[in-house]
Design a protein around this ligand. Structure first.
Ligand code: LLP
Length: 380
């Protein structure tokens, strides 16, 4: 598919991100169709990729916005998301961020601690407003994913633990400028084993019971995001299996009359449509390994260095016999490596290399380390 666009790709200075907007549309279409079967609401997690053309497609698909910083809330609203479709999560919202979101009258703050509730109440009171909130509950469900991206276990910094809930309700009684409208969960990211979501549903049902037994009506249940993508076979699985994902929630999540169910998907919506394109600078012969040294590095895509993540690497311009390479970047860190012992067609200086499935948590996590320039983005 990328080879189709080779001529265009060759015209741009490397490294750069290339986004396939047709694939993005196809992905969003599938997510929307499957979610709407059950009247589920999808909020796009901007943290995965906040580029303007991507956000425009999310809006067009009718999704809301899930934000984790004041600037994300701002970006969402300035991009056209209605405040009533914006949620603001995060363990460390600053006063300025909260004030901005209060001024915008966003739909909901997902709150993660008692202390945050107290401060939010104070800030809302000062503005004569009431903040709608969902309690982010830590369901203690193991997401079986990389330890850096699991968030639903009790020892994580995220969410309120079950044993704290009773005291949270007591506290809420003393906070008149806060309205509890829902509960929120997010157990981790890149979850490929759907039974993990089934376990989440079981826990959410238990928590719902707990609230109902205290005569508390929850208008909305937010089950977070986390659906994984296939980094190993991007071409075979270009669009994640949203059908199975939403059907599972429909089967196992108990929804009460009048209640809305919200999802916060990031990666599964945008990962496959983005590719990091780079050029080979040098080939260096090692004792047992050949290094293919690229002009892209961990400054453009940090996932392999940070989480030992796999991204499929392809040489777009060579069709010679395959050899084994360690594919590395130019940054002064040993962890600046995209893949070890990767089989690629014989690779030479100037070849164009694609690092696939980089649309989510790629460009947004770029850094200026070594005073690197920000890579440009192009849209195919
Ligand atoms: N909701 C909340 C509260 C979250 O913390 C996240 C992601 C999402 C939704 C979206 O999750 P998704 O559908 O994308 O899995 N940088 C890491 C991933 C960090 C995810 C953080 N939270 C990576 O590159 O793998």
């Amino acid at each position: 598919m990328l080879k189709q666009h080779l001529q265009e790709l060759q015209q741009h200075a490397t490294p750069f991100y290339a986004y396939n907007l047709d694939l993005l549309r196809q992905t969003l279409n599938s997510a929307r169709t499957e979610a709407s079967k059950y009247k589920y609401h999808v909020h796009y997690a901007l943290k995965a990729n906040a580029n303007a053309p991507v956000l425009a497609e999310m809006l067009h698909a009718g999704f809301g916005a899930d934000c984790v910083s004041g600037n994300e809330v701002k970006r969402a609203i300035e991009s056209g998301f209605k405040p009533e479709n914006v949620v603001f999560a995060g363990v460390g919202k600053s006063d300025a961020e909260i004030n901005y979101a209060l001024d915008q009258d966003i739909f909901c703050f997902n709150c993660e601690s008692k202390h945050e509730l107290e401060i939010l109440n104070e800030l809302a009171e000062a503005k004569g407003k009431t903040a709608r909130i969902a309690l982010r509950i830590n369901p203690n469900v193991n997401a079986n994913t990389h330890k850096y991206i699991t968030t639903g276990l009790e020892e994580n910094k995220f969410g309120i633990n079950a044993w704290e809930l009773e005291s949270v309700l007591d506290l809420l009684k003393t906070l008149p400028n806060i309205e509890l409208i829902g509960i929120h969960f997010h157990i981790g990211s890149q979850i490929t084993d759907l039974t993990v979501f089934k376990n989440l549903c079981t826990r959410v049902n238990e928590f719902q019971e707990w609230f109902v037994s205290r005569n508390i009506t929850l208008k909305h249940i937010n089950v977070g995001g986390g659906l994984g993508v296939d980094y190993y076979n991007p071409d075979a699985n270009l669009v994640p299996d949203f059908e199975a994902y939403f059907a599972l929630f429909n089967q196992f999540l108990e929804v009460r009359p009048g209640q809305e169910v919200h999802f916060e998907l990031g990666r599964s919506l945008v990962a496959q449509c983005g590719t990091l394109i780079s050029k080979v600078l040098y080939i260096k012969k090692g004792i047992t390994t050949n290094f293919a040294i690229l002009d892209a590095g961990m400054t453009e895509l940090i996932r392999p260095a940070l989480y030992q993540s796999y991204h499929k690497i392809e040489n777009l311009t060579s069709d010679k016999a395959e050899e084994r390479y360690d594919v590395v970047g130019p940054i002064c860190e040993s962890s600046d490596c995209f893949g070890k012992a990767v089989m690629l067609p014989e690779t030479n200086r100037g070849d164009l290399v694609a690092i696939r499935t980089a649309g989510a948590y790629g460009e947004v996590m770029a850094s200026g380390y070594n005073l690197r320039e920000k890579a440009e983005a192009i849209y195919l």
